[in-house]
Design a protein. Structure first.
Length: 260
């Protein structure tokens, strides 16, 4: 497939995990990519992984903190100035935060997680949607989580921010559908990335792999998801094949969401 020939796609959190997996899939179909992350070393690694396999692909890297509106403005403007258009936006950067009971959840921690996961997604939409509306086309995929459609426990900041991402997606999808722009969210279950390893380490310490085996027993498929499985979904959702999917949330969790 060549769904992204001459298409310009921005991916935040492109230096690791789901962002990298989506970048690889989309690059394999000919896109011009702008990868955004706080972690420049991670971005360089993603670029190398892509160019090793697809040397003809254009990959630009922008170091940015998505929690700072000026940084967001900058990566959006950079994309517009460099390529003249934005076809797709994977608004994905996020953090889990420290796990704790609500009463013990630090105020600063709460603010940090919400700043990145929710405000960062809002800033991205605010600046990208203005351009997509003017163009009359575009697709946005926001990364929510199963923690954005149900309670998980011990994750006040994460739950609040990811439920907020779902709300933003539904709200803005209604506003921008008339301009030829679709907005959707994905709700991944546990996908084996650095973030999930970190989460399991919070639960199981050095025995985090055993904690992982215990964790997946609750999943009908008895395993973690793979980043590339999310990459395939995101590529579909950012492509024209998914233009009529709008203002909604797509779970990718092995069926874990049967419980809610
Ligand atoms: P990851 O830790 O592998 O990647 C996250 C990336 O985001 C990192 O490269 C990190 O540097 C970047 N990032 C963090 N804060 C940033 C900031 N302020 N500005 C710019 N970049 C920043 O994790 P992942 O699993 O790939 O997570 C990606 C997204 O998927 C997150 O929003 C996460 O909440 C969501 N998610 C992941 C899972 C999972 O199981 N892995 C499940 C549900 C949702």
């Amino acid at each position: 497939m060549n769904r992204f020939e001459d298409k310009v796609i921005i991916i935040t959190g492109g230096g690791s995990g789901l962002g990298r997996a989506a970048a690889k899939q989309i690059a394999s179909e000919g896109a011009k990519l702008v990868l955004v992350d706080l972690n420049m070393a991670g971005l360089e690694e993603t670029k190398q992984v892509i160019l090793d396999e697809f040397p003809q692909v254009t990959v630009e890297l922008v170091e940015a903190n998505v929690a700072k509106e000026d940084d967001v403005k900058n990566y959006v403007q950079f994309t517009k100035d460099t390529f003249g258009q934005i076809d797709g936006f994977f608004n994905n950067a996020g953090v889990e935060g420290k796990q704790n009971l609500t009463e013990d959840y630090g105020i600063e921690e709460f603010q940090k997680v919400v700043d990145i996961n929710l405000n960062g997604v809002f800033y991205g939409m605010k600046h990208v949607l203005k351009i997509m509306k003017e163009q009359g086309f575009g697709s946005v995929v926001n990364t929510a989580s199963v923690g954005g459609i149900r309670g998980v426990g011990n994750q006040s900041g994460y739950a609040a921010s990811k439920h907020g991402v779902v709300g933003l997606t539904k709200n803005s999808g209604i506003e921008y559908g008339q301009f030829g722009v679709s907005i959707k969210a994905i709700a991944p279950g546990a996908i084996m990335t650095a973030m999930v390893e970190g989460s399991l380490r919070q639960i199981g310490g050095d025995n985090w792999e055993d904690a992982g085996k215990e964790f997946v027993k609750a999943n009908p498929m008895l395993r973690f998801g793979k980043p590339e499985e999310v990459g395939y979904l995101v590529a579909f959702l950012l492509s024209h094949q998914a233009d009529f999917i709008n203002a909604t949330v797509i779970p990718i969790d092995g069926g874990q969401s049967y419980k809610y």
